[in-house]
Design a protein around this ligand. Sequence first.
Ligand SMILES: [Zn+2]
Length: 932
Amino acid sequence: MRILMLLSAVFATFCNASYDYYRLPRSIKPQHYNLRIMTHLENPKRLIFTGDVEIMLRIFQSTNNITLHAGPGLNIAEGSTRLQLTKYHCHELIEIKSMQRHSKYDFVILHLDQYLQRGQRYTLRLRFWSRLGHSMAGYYASSYLDNADDCGQQFMSVTQFEPADARTAFPCFDEPDFKATFNITLGHHSKYNALSNMPVLERIPICERQNWLWSIFKQTELMSTYLVAYSINNFHGYASQNYKGHVRFTTWARASAIEQCRYASELGPRIMSQFEKMIGIEYTLPKMDQLAVPDFSAGAMENWGLITYREASLFYAEDASSHLDKQHIATIIAHELAHQWFGNLVTMEWWNDLWLNEGFATYMATLAMEKMCCQWHAYKEDMLDNVLAVLNTDAYFNTRPIHQAVSRASQISELFDAITYRKGAVLIRMMHMFIGDVAFHSGLHCYLSKHAYDNTRQADLWLALTEAAHEYDSIPLDLQVQTVMDTWTLQKGIPLVQVKRHYLKKSATITQQRFLIIQEDDSYNQAEEHLDENPCWFVPISYATQCTYNSIATEPRAWLRCTAQHEPVPLLLQNLSGDDEWLILNIQVAAPYRINYDTDNWELISKTLHSSEYYRIHDMNRAQLLDDALALAWSGLMTYELTLELLTYVKQDSAYIPWRAALDQLNSIYRIIRYTDDFEEFQHFMHHLLSPIYCYLDGMQKYGDNRHHVAHKTLIAKWACHLSLRDCVERALKYYHRWFICSQPDSMNPVPVNLRSVVYCTAMQHGDGEDWNFLWHRYRNSSLASEQRLILFALGCTEKVFLLQRYLRIVYHEQSFIRKQDASLIFGAIVRSEVGFGVARDFYFQNFKLLQKYYNANTHELIALLNLIAQHSSSLEDYKQLKTFIDGHQLVLKQSSSRSLLRALEQAKANVLWRQHKLPEFARQLAMCNCD
Ligand SMILES: [Zn+2]
């Protein structure tokens, strides 16, 4: 990469008109920006901004042109008065002969009449203007109605620059390693507030505009352009009280919702203190603002000193938000605050290492939550949400390595996926486990201190952690963290570790291969890359036998290794127990790999699980055993006879984690079997499985909330109602009816908050048009974001085709008052039901042009919906229809990577293959279970 960049820079100097490389040349680097933006929000028909920027440049290699970024909608004023280049500290004007725009890479190339001298500094001045967009990217406008002000529709403006949209707001060197300082000044009408990364220094009147102000902000630290943020709004601010720290903490929201910021404003500073303690480095800015934005595409964005949130990710109302909302809000705040160190202070050099940002933010948020709110079991939830999820998503042939080369901005956007977030967090968790707590925290502290205000590659992290691990003696001296981690970050997929015990010799042979969800079908194995011909991972192996079992001994007792030629080396474990005791690997699921044992060992495990001693196996391991068994059986690597025998133990298990793992896997089966004659048998089996735990958790009774894990109670109630368990459905409908007959349903809701998701969905599933309309009006009248999302999802649970069709037409109407940010949630709610699948698919296929327009031709969003269709496809006919559609729309869809399309087809194919080849065996075994 380095050689290529150097050549490109030289090439640019001499053949500037033909510069065709996606990275900017390194001959010039920005040091500082003076950025001034004036925002016009007064006229809804003319929402625009104008601006000027002075960029102080340092020349590292003599050149007669300057290349920087400007997005397609950004107009730059040409002409000598507006486009100036001067030598720093003197007024020698250098003429810009011409300006060239290069749309493929968003470049602006300025051709000069003389060479800029190496080592010298220059100032470039540019003026620009653009419209405030509505696509929730760049510098955009968001609108809302606020009953507190009663002023009708109101507007605010806000930035969302990650990954590559700062260039659509001002001309800049928009790559993460071009760090610079920024002096930001915002011009606005005096009725608005102005916020940016730093605190306001002063506000001064704009002479030529009555009632207008310049808000001048303090200079930032050295930072990347994607973290620059500003907003003009007339929100109210909620100052965090009782916070003794050195940071001024304020949460901002539209006036009528400001009370809902209390929880976020109390929690934010506490989490920040927790991170300062954990990391040993203080947050470096004097203030932190949290801003709730009515239209927001992601969950939140970690802009340095000005974190922006979707309203549902920040608002909490004591009497109307559920326990899960509270957990969700806390986790998101913790994720964004973790970024202030991991991403903002130390930033990846290029987007191929984005996982360093997101993996750390996700995992460090888990660690902080585990320490602060131990009753939430954040660490165990992390295992479910990330480790077990990755074992599933990364088992497709069409997956990708976590460290991924990218060039175009659209490819960078595609990186914000489950692999980056979840696998990133999982790999960091694995390192934490294998180098130990002390070495992990010491290594991180060194890494952050050494690279503060700078950029890194993953190798920099490996080095810091290797030094710490060797210092604390937590990995063998002949092993480097890089040797281990390269096999996990540069290679796609996850390993299946096979255990074959030699009972008489009291030993076991451990081998590895790549785990693929489709085993025997070779149609996906045509384009296999060279590295994958010999997949091999360095796998940390922790293990225990029945009598030596210690559920906290997570450190590796051995390593599965690879040769220099990348060949797997089998491992022999010795001195194990005899033939009447089981062997279990991967204590607390310390690393992301699937495990298949020999049949005798599985049976020994099953025997213990069915005994009263089952709890002696850690609940995370019980979860992995169920998850592995069901996944292995799906792929044909284990029999359903053995799998169902193991699974039925769960009836006696009262812990949440094993249940979630089992039900998540059973969901894949449910999606297919519901269309077949075997569904009744499945429903009978599931009632049998669920009834004891449903009763134990007090079913749909409100008072159970204080005694049990709320997530567990909600999960079981959801399944029970969905599979029409009588008590569940009756109680849900009773709750709904009580609400339905309330005289003031918008202020009085008798449905217990933690059961609302189940009650609303069940009421829609069993209700009619009148029930639907009632809920629809509650959505229209609600001002609580989390309640609104709950309702929008539940409205998709109806089984009335005409209602679903009408709902989709409302959502995707050009003037829809349902926010764009919620559309995919609704599509997902509809596609997942038996009736809704066909409705949603037909809508997508028949209205593709409309959808393209709705999503501004963002293929990333369009493919995400196709993936939902693929996930719920189950018949050969479904697969063929999907394939025909994709083949017919290659030109549009392939603007994103073809991998995501292949992945969608692979997922649909996996469902078809299971239905054809595995369903008969599964149904046979179900019938036998039901007879018992
Ligand atoms: Zn993040």
